[in-house]
Design a protein around this ligand. Structure first.
Ligand SMILES: *Cc1c(COP(=O)(O)O)cnc(C)c1O
Length: 250
């Protein structure tokens, strides 16, 4: 494997850190998977790549990270051509406005953040025109938080039934971001509620709905998410280091 060295020293340092971080994360995933009766390979690690330069993302991909997730359309578009998309699955994981759907459907394999029929219809329409089908996860606002994306838990089944009738969408699972309470016992309850929904929906055997992906857990709580049944974890800062948002020019 050939390594291109970045000219930017910050980027270079970040690339070195990613390698160590990845080993630690894999070890944590392996232990959590085994403790819940599964194998490391049963858990998908998705690198949440907001603010991370494409060359650092590609470095993570060269180390074996096979799923990456962007959460802003503008950032996805800016980085997309520089990403090594032949060697990873690109997911969209952030809030998506209907007027930006067309920019996303050509670039990603899965949209994890579908939370309304309106958005789902727009995705289906755009994909139908391109003769493709989009895999999606339904995002649940499990903590019923105001100003947070996701369908409320009591609206989940109805939304699934409606979305499942759309021609160019395939529902593959559920995603959630529980409230940032800081209390792991509370977070655990939310994860476990999501796992119950996941099993309940799977048992209903809805047309065009399969429950393969349960996307729960981020840097602070992914071990707990796996313990409660998650099989896809979205990890940003634990892999890439604390995010540095570009500061506004003064
Ligand atoms: C940023 C982000 C993550 C990762 O967050 P960390 O706490 O840095 O691991 C996961 N999921 C979504 C939707 C995100 O936007």
């Amino acid at each position: 494997m050939t390594e291109k060295l970045s000219s930017n020293p910050d980027t270079q340092r970040q690339m070195q850190a990613v390698e160590e971080n990845l080993l630690r994360i894999r070890e944590t995933i392996r232990k959590a998977a085994e403790a819940s009766g599964r194998k490391e390979e049963d858990i998908r690690l998705l690198a949440a790549t907001k603010t991370v330069p494409a060359e650092v993302i590609n470095h993570a991909v060269s180390l074996g990270v096979t799923y990456i997730g962007e959460n802003k359309v503008q950032e996805l578009c800016a980085k997309y051509d520089a990403l090594d998309t032949d060697h990873c699955h690109v997911h969209f994981i952030g809030h998506l406005q209907t007027n930006k759907v067309r920019q996303v459907v050509d670039k990603v394999e899965m949209i994890q953040s579908v939370d309304s029929l309106k958005l789902a219809k727009e995705i289906s329409k755009a994909c139908l025109a391109r003769q493709k089908t989009m895999d999606v996860l339904i995002e649940v606002n499990i903590g019923r938080e105001e100003n947070k994306s996701g369908v409320l838990p009591e609206g989940l089944i109805q939304l699934l039934e409606e979305v499942s009738t759309l021609p160019a969408i395939s529902v593959r699972g559920l995603m959630a971001i529980p409230p940032a309470s800081g209390k792991i016992t509370e977070t655990r309850e939310y994860f476990s509620d999501m796992y119950k929904s996941f099993l309940d929906i799977r048992a209903r055997k809805l047309d065009n709905v399969t429950m393969e992906f349960l996307s729960l857990g981020m840097s602070a709580d992914y071990a707990e998410a796996i313990a409660q049944g998650a099989n896809l974890v979205r990890i940003g800062s634990a892999l890439f280091g604390e995010r540095v948002y570009p500061s506004k020019e003064t």
